[in-house]
Design a protein around this ligand. Structure first.
Ligand code: 4NP
Length: 163
């Protein structure tokens, strides 16, 4: 069976989307289904390309036993839009940018927003924590843990044989 390929996207690919990648990798490993997925992340911008994740984000994630390992890269259009099955933005600005970068209608249908999958939090975006304090990094992780569970449920329904 083909792997389900998920690309998480934020502005810089050093805080939110690498954390989403790591939270999702941790969840699918815990559930014993890691081999069915390919998970990656990218930034709308390439400002931090080649850098590891932000040290503050690293520390907050590590407190939850989440290890951030990815190196920042910029999203590629059309290649990423063709390759991945789900392309998931963190906030409204990411969504506008993803729709703008999308090469065609088929690719556009792959785009969704992370908080659409939350069931325990009413937030409409995963806020950028870069210029804020500790609470912002904790909120990012709370939202991502909620959303990753919802996203997995959504994918299982999407991929059910009678769907
Ligand atoms: P991210 O956070 O989009 O969650 O990776 C940011 C990181 C860096 C910047 C903005 C947001 N920046 O302006 O450098």
């Amino acid at each position: 069976m083909d792997k389900t390929k998920i690309l998480f996207v934020c502005l810089g690919n050093i805080c939110r989307s690498p954390s989403a990648e790591a939270v999702m990798n941790s969840l699918i490993k815990q559930r014993g289904i890691a081999e069915r997925f390919e998970i990656d992340s990218a930034g709308i911008t390439g400002y931090h390309a080649g850098e590891p994740a932000d040290q503050r984000m690293h520390r907050h994630a590590l407190n939850r036993n989440i290890h951030l390992t990815s190196i920042s890269r910029q999203i590629k259009s059309p290649a990423d839009f063709e390759y991945f099955d789900y392309i998931i933005g963190m906030d409204e600005q990411n969504m506008d940018d993803l729709y703008r970068l999308s090469p065609n209608e088929a690719a556009t249908t792959k785009i969704s927003k992370m908080t659409d999958y939350c069931s325990r939090h009413p937030h409409e975006s995963v806020p950028d924590p870069y210029y804020g304090g500790a609470a912002g990094f904790e909120l990012v992780l709370d939202l991502l843990e909620d959303a990753c569970e919802g996203l997995l449920t959504h994918i299982e329904k999407d991929e059910a044989p009678n769907n």
